[in-house]
Ligand binder design. Structure first.
Ligand code: APR
Ligand code: ZN
Length: 235
């Protein structure tokens, strides 16, 4: 049973140099969601879609985790049962900071994987371009696709999110605008809640949170980690 749920978004990786989606100059300012991240775009716009994710893979190759990733990995390893870490991010910065694959849930998929459109088998592609890897699944011969959840598609790992939301007593939200996941609602479901973003988001009612930090994640994380440890020690 995880008493603490840490849920992160693009903001936690911003200081590592990975663009967020909705901040100024974010990915959705320079690319149309409809073109590269919507159900069906692999059928109507396959080349541009693959190219977009090839570029994302290339972009994360040399990026390094920051202090916020590192401290969360340390906390998770100190309290493996008590803390659940879920991220909307498709980058590998938690893994680069030492997180094992079974210690983190990537709710929206993972850039370093392709998935078979037929049998759902997952293939590790690392930082390669999709076409240089393989076009067809070696098990069933169907086409491969980025293992990313597009808008309008099912997100199977939301089941884990629901389960963790039911279990947790403290939820910690870091670096998400709340446009995709309704983090205000999550805070209302939970006894205690922490919000850390760079600035206020129109999609979040911050009055529903126990504690709010408008600061860079790397500046706020030490205090947040202390709060989590105090919370767990008092249980
Ligand atoms: N520290 C903390 N927060 C930050 C920082 C930082 N250094 N820089 C930016 N932020 C915050 C912004 O204030 C904003 O609230 O991160 C948030 C980024 O919001 P979005 O760009 O909307 O990213 P996110 O909420 O993760 O997007 C959700 O949308 O398109 C999809 O699937 C994609 O997983 C993604 C989902
Ligand atoms: Zn297959």
């Amino acid at each position: 049973m995880s008493k603490v749920l840490i849920l992160t978004g693009a903001g936690i990786s911003a200081e590592s140099g990975i663009s967020t989606f909705r901040d100024s100059d974010g990915l959705w300012e320079n690319h149309r969601i409809e073109d590269v991240c919507t159900a069906g775009c692999l059928d109507t716009n396959e080349e541009a879609t693959k190219k977009f994710y090839d570029a994302r893979r290339e972009d994360i190759k040399d990026k390094k985790p920051n202090y916020a990733h590192q401290l969360i990995v340390e906390l998770k390893q100190k309290y493996p049962q008590e803390i659940a870490v879920l991220t909307q991010n498709v980058d590998d910065l938690f893994e680069k900071a030492g997180m094992k694959s079974d210690e983190i849930v990537h709710l929206h998929g993972f850039l370093k994987e392709l998935r078979c459109r037929g049998c759902d088998e997952i293939f590790d592609i690392a930082y390669k371009a999709q076409d240089s890897f393989a076009n067809l699944c070696e098990s069933c011969g169907s086409q491969l696709r980025p293992n990313i959840v597009f808008f309008g598609e099912a997100a199977p790992k939301y089941q884990i999110l629901t389960q963790k939301l039911n279990e947790c007593e403290l939820i910690v939200i870091i670096g998400t605008s709340g446009n995709v996941l309704d983090v205000t609602y999550f805070a209302q479901l939970t006894d205690k809640s922490i919000l850390n973003n760079l600035e206020k988001s129109s999609a979040i009612d911050d009055s529903c949170f126990t504690k709010v930090y408008y600061a860079k994640a790397t500046d706020a994380i030490a205090e947040i980690a202390e709060y989590i440890e105090d919370f767990l020690e008092e249980l």
